[in-house]
Design a protein around this ligand. Structure first.
Ligand SMILES: *Cc1c(COP(=O)(O)O)cnc(C)c1O
Length: 340
């Protein structure tokens, strides 16, 4: 396993997640940016850390100093990194159709060139799938073609006598929908956190994913709202009758999408209550008329369990028209991460 702990481990807290995984025996990690890799090194992560994204030449010295592994995003980048003149570990990115980073798989001569750059030590070759999460016919055909293209590159490199590099291709949906594939590493992100991207996704491998994260805030203040009165910025919510409302200590700066204004819901004492009015930067309002005796300090659940009820990250995301990956990775730094 080479878990993806980028974006603060999908909002969970990269240091807490990576150190826990390291204690469990995981020695290889991937992140997106060098800043994330350095943060992990400072926190005592000692194994391989692969940077999946681009590192600016002004930070090349840090790659060496912190013993990081850099992705080769294309051949010119490989040449630039080689010019730095110090031994750097790299994984060569192969573009098999996502057309994001990596050398195009059919440009085999360009791929081979990387091995001729004397300061680069190639310890890995990898690609990334475009539609491994989709099970319709065309997506499966496209994915099979990507797998084939990757295998051809790896086969060609080995036929040239090149060895000493590891291979990897699958993120979460690659693992769950193409479980028969066998490369040296897998790069689980969202599934590592016990979550799929969408609630109704079906995967070939049936596995009991259990969410790692709950997201909670507290009631700050309870008050009456009289019929016809507005609540929140912009006069966008008006009381239809006498109501009890509460201010909750969390806002869009913490990762509650503003799109959930007048639309999302939360759990208090196991009951579902609506978010009312515009979500603010640091606060939001809920209508608690249906709940008895709500006190300041009481728990409000956005993701997770409250008595017998629960809200999944995928449900929270769907209400905001997005996937769990986005809402989790955008959870703000101000939210306290408690490891239970
Ligand atoms: C983010 C990322 C992953 C992890 O993706 P999930 O779908 O969350 O498992 C794996 N590989 C690469 C290259 C990525 O950018």
């Amino acid at each position: 396993m080479m878990p993806a702990v980028k974006a603060n481990a999908y909002g969970h807290g990269a240091i807490a997640v990576a150190t826990t995984l390291q204690e469990l025996g995981v020695t290889d990690f991937c992140v997106s940016a060098i800043s994330e890799a350095i943060e992990l090194r400072k926190a005592g992560i000692t194994g391989q850390i692969l940077i999946l994204g681009y590192t600016s030449p002004r930070l090349f010295d840090q790659l060496v100093e912190q013993d990081l592994t850099q992705t080769i995003v294309d051949l010119p980048y490989a040449k630039e990194l080689n010019k730095f003149g110090k031994k750097v570990k790299v994984h060569v990115g192969i573009d098999t159709g996502l057309h994001r980073l990596g050398v195009r798989s059919e440009e085999i001569e360009q791929i081979i060139e990387v091995w001729k750059l004397s300061h680069l030590q190639v310890t890995g070759v990898y690609s990334h799938l475009s539609v491994a999460d989709d099970s319709d016919r065309n997506s499966v055909i496209v994915t099979r073609a990507q797998i084939e293209a990757f295998n051809e590159v790896v086969g060609y490199l080995k036929a040239q006598g090149l060895t000493g590099f590891k291979t990897h291709l699958q993120g979460s949906y690659g693992i769950l929908n193409y479980p028969e594939l066998k490369y040296d590493f897998v790069r689980p992100g969202i599934a590592l956190y016990g979550v799929l991207s969408r609630k109704d996704d079906h995967t070939v491998a049936k596995i009991d994913l259990r969410p790692v994260l709950s997201m909670k805030a507290r009631i700050e203040c309870v008050k009456r709202l009289h019929q016809g009165e507005a609540a929140g910025y912009g006069l966008e919510y008006r009381a239809a009758g006498e109501q009890t409302i509460a201010a909750v200590s969390i806002g869009y700066a913490d990762g509650v999408p503003r799109e959930l204004s007048n639309r999302g819901h939360v759990l208090i004492q196991g009951k579902t209550v609506p978010i009312i009015g515009k979500i603010c930067m640091d606060q939001l309002l809920v209508d608690i008329s249906s709940v008895k005796k709500v006190m300041p300090g009481e728990e409000v659940v956005f993701i997770g369990n409250s008595d017998a009820s629960s809200i999944q990250a995928t449900e929270f995301a769907a209400t905001a028209n997005t996937i769990s990956n986005e809402v989790l990775s955008r959870l703000g730094t101000r939210l306290e991460r408690l490891v239970v």
